[in-house]
Structures are given as structure tokens and as C-alpha cells.
Design a protein around this ligand. Structure first.
Ligand code: GRG
Length: 296
């Protein structure tokens, strides 16, 4: 069995080709929009959400070609959220994944349309490809991604985030925001990967979802720590942005040491949620380790 690094980079490389194939091809009209969509999705990013989907797919012996589509749908939603988040009306950033942000490289109207089009493409993929022999389970996947990305999920979390600038949030409020803004899509990636294979019982789905909730929050706590400690070159995005924008974070609320302790506790709880799954959950466990120990 390959070690985690070999497993992850094999998937990342294969998945890059999957995305290249699924995105509108260069030269297809409208050319500038399609070029900007490819610019925003390809050649960058850790692909954490797709890797979580692949790991969950392994747990249920799903066909990789099916998980590829589910993972691509999640990654397109993620890419759209980054493009819109970077725009002047939101976070107003110029650097993403080590490159100029979409609205800087192209223009604001194009960035808006890139996000819109990536979101539509994500749902088109889920509707167009066979992901499960049971049509009702496939329909449930469409609903899952819609609620994870919409106003009761990621977009809602973003709305709370924008409203919280300059405010002092209590820990439960900060947690509520991140469970939606970052956590909802991470949970969806895991559950969508698992929906491509053999059905899990209700208890197993709940444990997997709890794992997703813990790693989703841990991801954000680590993101806050990195924003305060790492440099721009390492992150590929502007470091220190949270403090600069007077945004409440786990670091501003708890301090760096307590935030790191919280990440360790979430890591432990995530692994605990997988304790009954046996060796099939090996890659999920390794991804939880990666998310908490990552340096970028
Ligand atoms: C615009 C509807 C809408 C939502 C935006 C996800 C999000 C909501 C904004 C991103 C801003 C941000 C820095 C969030 C913190 C955590 C996070 C999602 C970081 C970026 O994800 P990574 O680290 O990025 O997985 P890569 O580039 O590796 O894919």
C-alpha cells in the first residue's frame, strides 16, 4: 500500500487531468470566460476536499471514476467561492494560490461570471454523470451539495463573516460561522465521496459526518494560526489578512497557544469518530493528520 504522500500526489495528479477534461475547453466561446474559469481552477490548491472525497470513497469501495465527478463538483464550488471571496466587494485580495486573483488577472465582471459558471457546472456534473446505481441516492447528492453551498451552508457562513468584521464574537458564534463557511463544504466532500459507493447505515453516516465536522473546524483553526504565523510566500495568499481586516479569529479570540490546543483536540475527536471503521478509513485518518499538521 502506498504511503500517504504517494497516495495523495497520485490522486492530485490524476484529478488535475479530470478537471482539465471537465472544464470548458480552451478556445470554446466565450473564450475569455472559459480561459478565466480554467485559470481559477487549474494548477493550484491543495485539493483537500477532493482528497477527502477519495478517502471516503475508499471506505465504501466506490468506483474512482464516480468519485472523480463528485470531487470535481465540490472543488468547482470551492474555486467559485475563492474567486468571489477575493473580489473588492468581499475580501478584496490580489493573491490566491500564488497567482494574481481572478478579478486582477481579468476584471471584476469576468470574476463574477467565473464564479457563477463554476457553480452551475458543479451541479451540471452531478446531474449528468452516473454516480450511484440508485437514482434516489444520486438525487440526494445534488441536494447535499446545494444545501452545503447555499445560504444555510457556505454562502450563509460568508454572510456572517462579512457582518462580523470589527466585532467581538464569542467562541460559539465564531464556531457557528466556520461550521457554515468552511465546514459545510468539507463535510459535503466526505459525504459525497461516501455516497458513490456501498450504502452506510445511519450510525455510520452520522459518525462520518461528525468526523467531517471536526476536521472542517480543525481546518479553520489551523488556517487562522497559519494566517497569523506563516508568510505570504508559503501560503500563496496574503498572510496576516485577518488582523489587518479586524476579523475575529480563533487566534484573536483564544491566543495562538489555545488555538493550537483546540486544533489538537478537534484532531483527536475526528479520529475518535472513525474508531469503528477499521482499516478502510486509513486515508481519512491520514488526511485528518495532514489538515492539522500542515504548514500551508
Ligand atoms: C463567496 C459564497 C462565498 C463564499 C466564500 C470559503 C470562503 C467562503 C472563503 C474563503 C476565504 C477563506 C480564506 C476561508 C478560510 C478557509 C479556507 C476555505 C481557505 C481556503 O481553502 P484551501 O486552503 O485553499 O483549501 P486551496 O487554495 O488549497 O484550495
Amino acid at each position: 500500500m502506498p504511503d500517504f504522500q504517494a497516495w495523495a500526489s497520485a490522486h492530485q495528479q490524476r484529478f488535475e487531468d479530470v478537471l482539465r477534461r471537465l472544464l470548458p475547453q480552451p478556445g470554446l466561446a466565450p473564450q475569455r470566460l472559459h480561459e478565466a474559469m480554467r485559470y481559477s481552477v487549474l494548477d493550484g490548491g491543495k485539493r483537500v476536499r477532493p482528497l477527502l472525497a477519495f478517502a471516503a470513497g475508499e471506505l465504501v469501495q466506490a468506483e474512482v471514476a464516480r468519485v472523480d465527478i463528485a470531487a470535481a463538483a465540490v472543488e468547482l464550488i470551492h474555486a467559485y467561492s475563492l474567486v468571489h471571496d477575493d473580489m473588492p466587494c468581499m475580501d478584496n485580495d490580489v493573491l490566491r494560490r500564488g497567482k494574481p486573483t481572478c478579478h486582477v488577472q481579468y476584471d471584476e465582471a469576468t470574476a463574477l461570471l467565473v464564479g457563477d459558471s463554476l457553480q452551475s457546472l458543479a451541479f451540471q456534473l452531478l446531474a449528468e454523470h452516473k454516480l450511484n446505481d440508485d437514482a434516489a441516492r444520486q438525487l440526494a447528492m445534488v441536494k447535499l451539495l446545494a444545501s452545503a453551498s447555499g445560504s444555510r451552508g457556505m454562502a450563509g457562513g460568508q454572510a456572517i463573516d462579512l457582518a462580523s468584521v470589527g466585532k467581538q464574537l464569542a467562541l460559539p458564534e465564531l464556531e457557528f460561522m466556520h461550521i457554515h463557511k468552511t465546514g459545510a463544504l468539507i463535510r459535503a466532500a466526505i459525504l459525497l465521496g461516501a455516497q458513490c459507493g456501498a450504502a452506510l447505515d445511519e450510525g455510520q453516516v452520522n459518525r462520518l459526518d461528525h468526523f467531517g465536522k471536526c476536521v472542517g473546524l480543525a481546518f479553520q483553526v489551523v488556517d487562522d494560526v497559519l494566517d497569523s504565523e506563516a508568510d505570504t510566500a508559503t501560503l500563496g495568499k496574503t498572510a496576516g489578512k485577518d488582523a489587518q481586516q479586524d476579523k475575529p479569529t480563533y487566534v484573536t479570540l483564544l491566543g495562538v497557544q489555545a488555538a493550537k490546543k483546540m486544533a489538537r483536540e478537534l484532531h483527536r475527536a475526528a479520529l475518535e469518530a472513525l474508531s469503528e471503521f477499521g482499516d478502510g478509513a486509513r486515508r481519512l485518518r491520514e488526511l485528518a493528520d495532514f489538515i492539522v499538521l500542515r504548514k500551508f
